[in-house]
Structures are given as structure tokens and as C-alpha cells.
Design a protein around this ligand. Structure first.
Ligand SMILES: [Zn+2]
Length: 346
């Protein structure tokens, strides 16, 4: 064979060898696994409006809204949801138009507090803007406080809380038990500033890596109408939930499927079942690089496999129910029993 032909053959071979992984990358990037609806139960819709009780609403990503009609709280509300290319290569800052639209969709027009469980951007980016917008308290770690200061939130609205804090807001009693982050691969953990803090006010825009984790807490709410635990990451701190019962646990399942079986069992046992919940509602299983809506799909298979994460919960806990972002659910006491239904007005 002539040299020229050999060279051409080599070029074609190199091209084909590169094409296969690139094709696989595109395939996984664009494949958003659906939820096998025949295998999952959704929160049952009530046939009539449910006037009493606590309203619970998943806001997309790890965001959760809780209200009793008088006092309203948002935990980790994140609505800017920038595209993946901006998260990886660009800088981040709150996008007021996207936040306003999402708040309107969610029907949130008053808030008393915005709670930040840790200061990664997908939990904390929008919190200072939202707190400022509603003149609400921002509660979080010293890192979350520095994030708020960097965005110019009034000092009177910033309150640092730790695992000893027990606050009263209206009829809610709030606790912030220490918790853990779902383990990340080493490079990602370094980029995400795991176990590192935001030491001084952070001005925006800033790249995602500047949103260091700070300390991480769960949120436990006690109210005459029910008890709620929010687990913002699939991790736990041994013994932290002791004595903190919950009727409902809303838990992040992001990255749970990537952990070892032993880790998954530990998390389910000590991070969820330790509160003896009646219901477990998985959250944080949507593609947060798209605007929030009821129909937002699961993340691309390149980033996670929601179905595997759900199987982990279901194997371990029989009362796992699914909800979609922006569904309003009611938790209420009915005699000795608790009820959880989806409000038909949502
Ligand atoms: Zn995080």
C-alpha cells in the first residue's frame, strides 16, 4: 500500500475512534430518563379543596416551600437555574426575571424566612435576592451569611444559625440539625468547595466554584398540623436526628445511585428512617439547568439516573410518594391520623 493511502486510512481510523465516544457523550447528554409511572405512586389528589393544614411545595432542585397560611418559609429556593455551559464555563448571579416568573408560578407572594442549608449555588444563589424581595430573614451558616452580605442584603435580615439553634416563627418551631453532603467524585468535590467555607462577602457574578459548601444542615419543622424534615442532600450526620420525629421527609436523592450499597443503606436508615416518617417524598430529581415547571424532566443520564436513586429509597422504605415541582400538597392532622394530599387547586 502506498504511503498516501496508509495516511488516509490512519486519518479515517482516528476520526472513527473519536466519533464513538463523542456520539456516546451526546447520546447520554440528551437522554433524560422518564419515571416508570407504573412503578411509582404519586401524591394522591384530593377531590375537594383542602383549606386547613400545612402547605408543602417542592420548588424544583432542593427547594421546598412550607406555609400554614400565616407564616411562610422557603428552604433552598433556586430559580435562576442557568444552563450547564454557564455553570461549567461561565459566572453565576441571580436572574430576577426568572425568579419572579417562578415565584408567580408557585403563587408565592409573601415570605417570612429563606433558609439556606449550605452555600452551593444550586441551594444558595437566589436566597439573598428572595430574602431582599420579601423583606424576609435569611437563615443559614456563616458562609450563607457571607453570600448574602456580598449581595448587599441588609444585616438586620441575616441570621446565622447552627445545630443548637431553635427558633420560633409563628406556630413553627425550627431546628437545623447538622447533616452531610452526598459524596462527590474527588475532582468535583474540590471544585464544589466541599468542607470549605466562604470566608468573606462574595460579590457576584462569580464562578460556581466560589460557592463553597460551608456547613450543611437539615431543616426540621414542628407545627400543630404536623412535623416536617427536609434533607437537602443525600447525606447524614450520625445521631443528628435523634428525637426529631417527622410525619413527612422531603429528601434530595441527587447522586444517591452513585454511592455504594452500604452508603445507601446507612443514609436511608440514619438520614430518613431515623425520624420515623409516614411519608418520604424524593426531591432534587429534576434537570435544574432548565426553568422550573411541573413538567421539567429528570437530568440527562450523563449527570444522574433518577430511577436508580428512587429504587434505593423504595427498597428500604415502603411509603415513598412522588410529587412534581410546584404541586401544592396539604399535610394535616385528622384526629389521631395524618393526611397528605395534593390540593386540586394546584
Ligand atoms: Zn451541595
Amino acid at each position: 500500500m502506498q504511503t498516501q493511502q496508509l495516511q488516509r486510512l490512519r486519518t479515517v481510523t482516528i476520526f472513527l475512534v473519536l466519533l464513538v465516544p463523542f456520539g456516546a457523550f451526546l447520546f447520554y447528554l440528551n437522554w433524560h430518563p422518564g419515571l416508570a409511572e407504573d412503578h411509582h405512586d404519586w401524591v394522591r389528589q384530593s377531590s375537594e379543596p383542602v383549606p386547613a393544614g400545612l402547605t408543602l411545595m417542592w420548588l424544583g432542585a432542593a427547594g421546598v416551600y412550607v406555609s400554614d397560611g400565616d407564616t411562610a418559609l422557603v428552604i433552598d429556593g433556586f430559580f435562576t437555574r442557568p444552563p450547564l455551559t454557564q455553570i461549567v464555563f461561565g459566572e453565576l448571579e441571580p436572574e430576577p426575571e426568572r425568579i419572579r416568573t417562578a415565584l408567580e408560578q408557585a403563587g408565592i407572594d409573601e415570605l417570612d424566612a429563606v433558609i439556606v442549608t449550605h452555600s452551593h449555588f444550586d441551594h444558595a444563589l437566589d436566597a439573598p435576592w428572595i430574602a431582599d424581595h420579601f423583606d424576609a430573614l435569611l437563615l443559614g451558616s456563616p458562609s450563607a451569611a457571607n453570600l448574602a452580605r456580598g449581595q448587599g442584603l441588609a444585616e438586620a435580615l441575616i441570621r446565622e444559625v447552627d445545630d443548637d439553634a431553635a427558633l420560633r416563627m409563628g406556630e413553627f418551631r425550627l431546628r437545623f440539625p447538622r447533616s452531610g453532603h452526598a459524596p462527590l467524585p474527588p475532582l468535583l468535590a474540590r471544585l464544589a468547595g466541599v468542607n470549605r467555607s466562604i470566608e468573606r462577602p462574595l460579590t457576584l457574578p462569580a464562578p460556581a466554584r466560589k460557592f463553597r459548601e460551608g456547613s450543611l444542615c437539615s431543616v426540621h419543622l414542628t407545627h400543630p398540623q404536623g412535623k416536617v424534615l427536609v434533607q437537602p442532600s443525600a447525606g447524614h450526620e450520625p445521631g443528628a436526628l435523634s428525637g426529631l420525629e417527622a410525619d413527612v421527609v422531603l429528601t434530595s436523592i441527587a447522586g444517591l445511585e452513585k454511592q455504594s450499597r452500604a452508603y445507601q443503606r446507612e443514609f436511608v436508615q440514619h438520614g430518613l428512617q431515623a425520624s420515623h416518617p409516614e411519608w418520604i417524598l424524593p426531591v432534587d430529581w429534576d434537570d435544574f439547568t432548565r426553568p422550573v415547571s411541573e413538567e421539567v424532566p429528570a437530568p440527562s443520564l450523563l449527570l444522574g439516573n433518577v430511577r436508580s436513586s428512587l429504587r434505593v429509597l423504595e427498597e428500604a422504605a415502603p411509603r415513598v410518594l412522588l410529587t412534581r415541582p410546584l404541586w401544592r400538597m396539604r399535610l394535616m392532622r385528622s384526629g389521631e391520623d395524618m393526611e397528605l394530599t395534593r390540593d386540586p387547586s394546584s
